[in-house]
Design a protein around this ligand. Structure first.
Ligand code: HEM
Ligand code: HEM
Length: 190
């Protein structure tokens, strides 16, 4: 009996070495979920009445979900640098490999830069974040300054809006591999 076919029909990649390690899979989907929550919360906030408690709660959810992204991104990146990632699947064009590496690099940069910019926006607005229930304030990294807060917020919003596209294309590429190329790209991240 052909073992390769048997394994593939159960939905696993052909070789165990081709899979992302379980911690990498956990970090990938936990961070993706938190980013979706952060985006959803800031979109919902826009529809809520100014000054309402629900609007303030939406912003708080945005801030804490996105700060959790930063917290998880640190061990994720360290693990990636130490353990590496499975090699690209064979049979892919050079440009597809280059596009995928460029997207992954951008997504890693985003996981660090975007929460930091959001946090600095708050600092420059003079708002302190306090750990709920513990009353411990997070450190103030920069002083209050209206002009600085406006500039950083603008960068934060521009990057936030641009990454709808990067994340969307990344997800579409994964689905295209799965449903049209019918290879193991998505399966090895599950
Ligand atoms: C994955 C990380 C993050 C993403 C994807 C993200 C995305 C966004 C987006 C799309 C907007 C609205 C842009 C617009 O209205 O055009 C926004 C606004 C904002 N974000 Fe974030 N953000 C992240 C992290 C953070 C963090 C960590 C904080 C603070 C701790 C933060 C604080 C803010 C603030 C204060 C605003 C402006 C809200 C307003 O005045 O309407 N963000 N963010
Ligand atoms: C906010 C959402 C997301 C972020 C920030 C993100 C980020 C990343 C990053 C940085 C990698 C490279 C991992 C590494 O080599 O260390 C990756 C790989 C991957 N992602 Fe995502 N991702 C997101 C959402 C998604 C979604 C929604 C899907 C599926 C529909 C997906 C499917 C994949 C797959 C299949 C890989 C492995 C690609 C390969 O082996 O070449 N991702 N993702």
């Amino acid at each position: 009996m052909d073992n390769t076919i048997k394994l593939r029909s159960r939905g696993s990649p052909r070789l165990p070495g081709e899979r992302y390690a379980p911690p990498a899979v956990f970090f990938h989907w936990a961070i993706a979920l938190l980013i979706v929550i952060a985006y959803a919360a800031i979109i919902i906030k826009g529809y809520l009445p100014r000054g309402s408690a629900a609007r303030a709660l939406s912003l708080t959810i945005h801030e804490w979900a996105a700060l959790a992204v930063l917290v998880l991104a640190v061990p994720r990146l360290l693990m990636r640098l130490i353990k590496g990632a499975p090699a690209a699947l064979p049979g892919q064009a050079w440009w597809a490999r280059a596009a995928s590496s460029a997207a992954h690099l951008l997504l890693y940069l985003f996981m660090f830069a975007q929460p930091v910019l959001g946090y600095l926006t708050l600092n420059a607005q003079g708002h302190m974040l306090t750990i709920p229930g513990l009353d411990i304030p997070l450190p103030q990294l920069i002083g209050e300054d209206k002009q600085t807060s406006r500039s950083i917020k603008e960068i934060h919003e521009t990057i936030g809006n641009a990454f709808y596209w990067v994340i969307g294309l990344h997800a579409l590429a994964a689905l295209w591999h799965h449903y049209f190329r019918r290879d193991d790209t998505l399966r090895r991240m599950l």
